[in-house]
Design a protein around this ligand. Structure first.
Ligand SMILES: [Zn+2]
Length: 68
């Protein structure tokens, strides 16, 4: 049995941190619209591989934006 997964790894996205008006991190959103409580390596909904290499920086920026 062979499975063609070519192209799958090219599909890389990022979690978008969602921060409320008080600067509290609520969840992460995938480009497919799925929300997640944690920034996992793969989206549990669409299966996209997620690049979390800058997630800490992106969370900080989202908090700064929310408080502005
Ligand atoms: Zn997704």
């Amino acid at each position: 049995m062979t499975r063609d997964l070519q192209g799958y790894e090219h599909n890389v996205s990022k979690w978008e941190p969602v921060v409320d008006a008080y600067g509290d991190l609520k969840e992460f959103i995938c480009s497919c619209g799925r929300g997640s409580k944690e920034a996992s390596n793969y989206c549990p909904n669409c299966g996209t591989k997620m690049d979390n290499s800058n997630i800490e920086k992106e969370i900080k920026e989202a908090i700064i934006n929310a408080l502005n």
